[in-house]
Design a protein around this ligand. Sequence first.
Ligand code: GLA
Length: 581
Amino acid sequence: MRARSTFRALLNFLLLTLSVALAGCGGGVNSPGAISNGQPDPGIALTQVRFKTPPLGWNSWNTFGCKDTEAIIKSVADAIASNGMAAAGYQYVTVDDCWVGGRNATTGQLYSNATTFPDGIAALAAYVHGKGLKFGLYTSGGTNTCAGLAHGTRPPSYPPGVGAGSLGHESVDAQTFANWGVDYIKLDYCGGSLTAFPAMRAGIAATGRTMFLSINPYSANTTLPTNFASDGTLYVPAYADMSRISQDISAKFTSVTSIIDTSAADVAWAVPGYFNDMDMLEVGNGMTQDQDTAHFIMWSIMSSGLNAGNDVRSQSAATQALLTNANVIAVNQDALALQAVLDTADSAGSLQVWTKPLATTGTRAVAFLNRGATAAPITVNFANLGLSGPVQATNVLTGASLGTVTQSLTQTVPATGAVLVKLTGTDPVASNGPLALQSWVWSAVQSGNVAVKVFPNGSPLPTGATATGAVVVHGVSYIDGLTVNAPAQLVYRLNGKCTTFQSDIGLDAAAQGGGTVDYQVWADNVELYDSGLVANATPIKTVKVSVAGRNTLRLVITDGADGVTNDVADWANPSLACSSS
Ligand code: GLA
C-alpha cells in the first residue's frame, strides 16, 4: 500500500512539474490559451481579523423590550460581574432599542432619553466599564429605530425623537459612540438603507476606536433573500463582524430550529473574522430545560455570538449553570472558529448530527440534536467525519468521559434536546504532493459538493468529495483540482509539517463565461493571500504562499460581492510541500 502511494505521489509530482514547465512556455498540457506564467501572484492587501472568536455578552431586548432603563442596565452589569458570567467570558452589556431621546439640531448628535437614561450614555458606559465589562449600544440604519417603526411599541411617555436612527449620520454617530466609550454597536435596519452598514464601518474606522459591529439586515426587511445566497444586494462579511441571518427569535423551540436551518444555509459565508449571528439567546425565558440546553449547544457549536437575553439578575440555578458552562463556551470560543455543519440526519430530518473540528488536531465537537417529540438514539459514524480511531469521547456539558470507542458513538437524546460530545481521535493530516487527493477536515459550500479531479484517474477520492471529469480554466485542462460553487471553504490540518501551498486559480469552464469570486488563503486565522476580484476574463493566476509552522490551511472562495450566479471556481493543481515526518 505504502509503495503504491509513494509511486503515485512521484508520478503526480513528475506530471505536475511537466505541466507547470509547459505552462511556463505558454502552452498547457492539453490546450493552449490563457495560462499562468508560473509567477506567484502578489494579490491585494491582506485582511486583518478584528475579532477572532464570536462575542459573548448580554442584550436588553428579549427581556425588557422598550422598558430598558439606566437603572436596569446598571443592575444587570452588577449581576454579570458578580454571578460568574463575567468569569465565564460574558463581556458586552448591550443597551438595545429605546434609549434615544433625540438628535440635537445644532450638534447633530444623538442624546439619551432624559426620563429613562437621565445620566446619559457616557456615564452608563463608564459604570459598565467600572465593573470590568464592555458596553454595547443599539442604533438603526434607518431614519427611525425598529421600535419607532416596525413594532409600534413606542411608549406614549417617550418624547418625540425616541426613534432617531443613524441613516445619513453614521460618521457623527460612530464618533459620538466612540466618545461615550461604546465597545459594540448593534446596527439594526428597520425601514433603513443598506448604505448604512458600510457607512457605519467607515465611521468606526475613522474614530480609531475598536468597536465590534453587529448588524441586522433582516429586521423588517422584506426585500432581502432569507439568507446570503443572495442576489448580491449585500456582502456583509466585508464590513460587519457579525450579522443576523434571520428574523427575530422567540422563546419557542420552532424558532430555535428554524434559525439553525437558516444559519446552516449561510455557513459558507462565515469567513475568518465574521460570524453568522443567530440572535440573542432565549435561555431562561420559558422553554424547557432540554430546549434551553439544545438552543445553547447549537448556538455554541455553530459559532454564533452568545448574547444572553434573559433577566440575569433573577435567573434560576439551572439557567445560570447552563449559561456559564465553561466546556460548552470553549466550543463556541475555539480558536479555529469554524461553524458546525450538518453531518447526517434521519429521513424525517428530526434526528441530526452536527459537527465542527476544534483547534487541537484530532478533536471534533459533535452535537446530537433531537428535534422530535420523543427521546431517541442518534449515532455518529467516525468515518463520515474522516476521523479514525480509537476515539475518546467526552460529554461536554457534564465533563463525563464516555470512554474509548471505535467506528461510531450513539447517544440517547431527549425530545427537543441535544447532547454535545467532544471526540479525540486521529485526523487526516495533509502531506507532500497534490492536494486533490487529500482529505479536508471541514468544508462549507454554497451548493452541491466539492467536485474533485484526482490523478491518476481512479485514485481514492477525499472523504466527502464528488468526482468530476475535468477541471478546466480558460481552456486549460488541469491534471487534478477542486471545483466548487462559491462561496466555498475547505480546511486542512497541516500540523506544522508543511512549508508551501501552491495552486492555479480561476473560474471554471462551468461558469459559462460569467461569475466573479475572490480567492483567499488563510492559515491559523491569518490571511496569507487575497486575489481581489477574479472575473471570468481574469487570466489564470498562480498562488504560492509559505505555510511554514502553520497548523491549519483554510482555502476560501467568496462570491465576489455580486451574488452567486455562475460562481463556479477552481483550485487547479493545488499542492503542498511538506516534510514526511
Ligand atoms: C428588531 C431587532 C431586534 C430588536 C428590535 C428593537 O426587531 O431584530 O433584535 O433590536 O428591532 O426594536
